[in-house]
Write a protein that binds this ligand. Sequence first.
Ligand code: ADP
Ligand code: ASP
Ligand code: MG
Length: 814
Amino acid sequence: MIVLKFGGTSVGSVSNLKRVIDIVDQYVKSDNVIVVVSALGGITDLLLEAGHKAQTKDIEYKTSLSKIKDRHSDVLTALLPNKSTSVDSFVQKSFTDLELLLDGIFLINELSVKTQDRLLSFGELLSSFIIAEIFINRGYDAICKNSQELILTDNSYTSAQVNFEISNKNIAKYFNSNKHKINVLPGFIAKSESGESTTLGRGGSDYTAAIIASALNVSELFIWTDVSGMYTANPKIVKNASPIKNISYQEAMELSHFGAKVLYPPTIQPALKTNIPIHIKNTTRPDDFGTIISNEEINNQNAIRGISNVSDVALLTLQGSGMIGIPGFSKRLFETLSREKINVILITQASSEHSICVGINQGFADKAKKAIDNAFDYEIKTEKIDPLIVEMDLSIIAIVGDPMKDHQGISGKMFSALGRNNISVRAIAQGASEKNISAVIKGNDSEKCLNILHERFFESKSKSLNIFIAGVGNVGERLVEQFNKQHDFLKTRSKLNVNIIGLSNSKKMIFDKSGIDLNNWKKLLQSGERATVNGFYEKVRTYNLRNSIFVDVTANPDVANFYKNYLSNSIGVVACNKIACSGSLDYYKDLKSTALKFNASFFYETNVGAGLPVLNTLNNLVLSGDKILSIHAVLSGSLNFIFNSFNEDISFHDVVREAAKEGYTEPDPRIDLSGVDVARKILILARESGFDLELEEIENVPFLSESGLKSKDVSEFYESLKNDEEHYQNLFVKAKEKGCRLKYVASYSGGKARVALEEIEPGHPFFNLEGKDNIVMFYTDRYPDQPMIIKGAGAGAEVTASGLFADIIRTGNQ
Ligand code: ADP
Ligand code: ASP
Ligand code: MG
């Protein structure tokens, strides 16, 4: 004899039911089978919905009822087209009884737990009857047996306690005298001694199957569901979770107790007692191995078997100086909770005995508060203890593994990973058996937390980065393309899984939690939602994904003003926008310390020299103890291009136009030609060297003509260039006469910075600087005479994008 349990999704659709038939058919060839079934997927929820609507006098319960009828009728039509009238009349009678019950609830607007259990029993009664008929109809020796006639419970409705002595006898007796090939039984439902319908708790069909399996001491229990086993974490939340091949009863019990819904926690007890292996399998992928839960020795080096979480948790804290050293407080607390039938998920007590914390399902929080405050009324009135503190909307995350007790540093690893990602932990509990460590965290951190811990314990060599990019102009577009091209390479070569989750231009923004389709992003963006700087930030924040990085590829001051918000939510910032780092010294310092405090990366290599490793090199010098003495640099690719192309044969106006056309200048070329852009760069270099400086303190020697400096807009500026050609030619000729070339030079020395157009003599390292190249010379304690020189392309969309790319990858190595 073998027991197969099929869950709601397995029997929830015609196509899945066909798979169930095929699976059962395989087993029937060699053994008699007991098939325990849940209600058709979603029916239990619909029954509850109908009941609650009826109870609140909402006539819409009729709509829920129609949905329930339709779902069953669809299955009947597809799989039992020539059903007998007896089948039809059973189903119709069940529908009528159900309707009468709901009408009754509506009439008296009351839904007691007793009535609720009766209401829910319709789901499994109908599914088991229909599924048995499907087998009979296909010529199998099949029968439907109502498990309510076998499993006896007390009358704690909604999660009744099984009377094993009587139930085991009933089950053994029935199956000893009834030998059918296929025996279909409803899961989840039972009966009390007084003959009322009871249920074993949501998800309880697993339990029914285990009760029957252990009463008959069968060789194996199969739980067929919609996933390929018990996973290292809920696969619906953690994309990289994988099925656990072998797991012990205790580990499976811990995981399911802490939320691994794939197995209803009480299921393990009967199987453990009789040592029956539980095999979890996927109905839609029957060839997948699945998970075997047993007592077998497990050959796996990993200290952790899995991670699970329980959401909607309330934390109750009972505290007060009157508790210290006086026994009996905890006993009274737990007796009170037990009397109210409130299940305790987690307990922690500080060693001072000054307080005790208990985690429960938050649906029971009000009830618990009333009962506990009432039970400790005297102590509260006499101020020995405080009224119960209730915190809502929490989650419990648990890491589970038998081998944990033999490995050191597991909790250190767990809490440092959480700390680094700025997850605050409300309470911690470690089971005495050292099979689990659990932490209470904020509910909306739980998805992030599961992924962080999964990455830490199961994907130690790989890391996911979740990228949000604002600005998809020239540079941003290249950046997106580079990620599209390199995605697979990064995954295999650097174990980095980089996904772009959000994209925005000034008008629209789009998001996709599982990664935007980068082959189609332009089209998707066109039909995105309206973009605002704050709206984008709010989205990134509420997604709350681990390793989130905001990338600023705009030149927008409003965007730069949001960096602090990102950083203080532990969201990394990578910027090519230089406004923040060249803004007020206070803001710059504030951003750096916020990044440190919240463990967030803040990189802006492309602020100076585009893709050249200028800031990184400078930082390495400073960090290793070198001292920067002076800096001399040509930092504007656009100005270098302009002065390299300008001569007596071409007008200054035309050269600037050409540079703008090639994308070497800002859209407003005055930002480059006024020297402001270069001033910002030398300011950043000075600050990164450790010197406090403001933009206004930088000496800016203008080379533009009077009218160029005063121009009110871009077209007026171009006009001035045309008119003042002589002024520019003069600059050129004067330099040429001395054999010099014009270069726009930024320098820093002794606390002073300056930007100016300079005449550079032959032999100087700047003299032969080509095209739009940049050059930076650092004179330091270690490089006092021969400077450290960095030289190369300092402008252009492709190199700037690759600088951003490098910064983003760097956040992954933090
Ligand atoms: P059934 O209807 O077959 O009883 P359930 O919905 O009760 O199925 O349980 C299966 C679901 O359990 C999966 O779809 C998955 O979302 C959830 N789940 C939670 N934690 C885990 C885990 N660690 N491994 C597998 N599934 C899990
Ligand atoms: N149908 C019940 C529920 O949805 C029992 C089960 O599926 O195991 O909770
Ligand atoms: Mg289930």
